[in-house]
Design a protein around this ligand. Structure first.
Ligand code: HEC
Length: 224
């Protein structure tokens, strides 16, 4: 990381000196996903913390014990006191061997990167727009359920992360998730109903998300 930070500043100086000569900047910012609208406000607790906690605050990485590079991403206070918004957005947009989360862990999706960037550009706030209305009627796998699993569970249960972090349990496709719907373990874990509580080591899913999953399961867990 030190060499990366160093390389970053060298690149910045080179870029700035080129810019003064009115050349094109050497380092091009990675373009935003054009299909993605900037959200009005991102709820840290619901959308950002699950992502950083499951994707980055792993043992050996950025949990409060390992504290790699002094960066701890397991709670709001640790995030705010150990990383700047600029560094966070730079790091999640790195590609190749520098990318974070690093291989073999799954990288963040374009949507997840955009969400973090939106949160940073909105001032890295906590408690904003979290108690929005709970939509418990228009529930689909693709628009409701998949994003919940993606944000709160992929950090450990994607195909690439499951062997090291998720007890080899994979939840990154409809068919995989359906298996755990059918054997009752999806609901048993998230509702703390006698199974290992999930998401592991983190706060329980919000009542709204638990309701949405309950209704989807009751409707036969359709792949819609
Ligand atoms: C920080 C890592 C981590 C996160 C995040 C996480 N899990 Fe897990 N999960 C594990 C591990 C490790 C196991 C296997 C060992 C155990 O049960 O604790 C597991 C096991 C499971 C099992 C099988 C339980 C059983 O009794 O067989 C299910 C189902 C599950 N997780 C669902 C989820 C869901 C749903 C989410 C998101 C809401 C989630 N997990 C988030 C680490 C995680």
């Amino acid at each position: 990381m030190k060499s990366r930070i160093c390389a970053f500043f060298v690149a910045l100086v080179v870029t700035l000196s080129f810019m003064q000569c009115k050349h094109e900047p050497v380092v091009q910012p990675i373009a935003n996903n054009p299909t993605q609208n900037v959200k009005d406000s991102v709820c840290f607790e619901e959308e950002i913390l699950p992502l950083l906690a499951s994707g980055c605050a792993k043992s050996g990485c950025h949990d409060n014990i390992s504290r790699r590079e002094g960066i701890v991403l397991d709670s709001y206070n640790h995030i705010r006191s150990t990383i700047s918004g600029q560094l966070l957005t730079d790091i999640i947009q790195e590609t190749g061997s520098n990318r974070m989360p690093p291989a073999p862990y799954a990288s963040f999706t374009a949507e997840q990167i955009q969400l973090i960037k939106d949160w940073v550009s909105q001032g890295m706030k906590i408690g904003v727009d979290c108690a929005g209305p709970c939509d418990s009627t228009n529930i689909t796998y693709s628009a409701t359920i998949k994003p919940i699993i993606q944000n709160s569970c992929y950090g450990c249960h994607s195909t690439s992360n499951a062997p090291s972090s998720g007890g080899s349990i994979i939840l990154d496709s409809y068919a995989n998730i359906k298996t755990y719907v059918d054997n009752g373990k999806l609901e048993c874990t998230i509702n703390y109903a006698g199974c290992s509580p999930m998401p592991k080591g983190q706060v329980q899913l919000s009542p709204c998300k638990l309701t949405q999953i309950r209704k989807w399961v009751t409707a036969g867990a359709p792949n819609n």
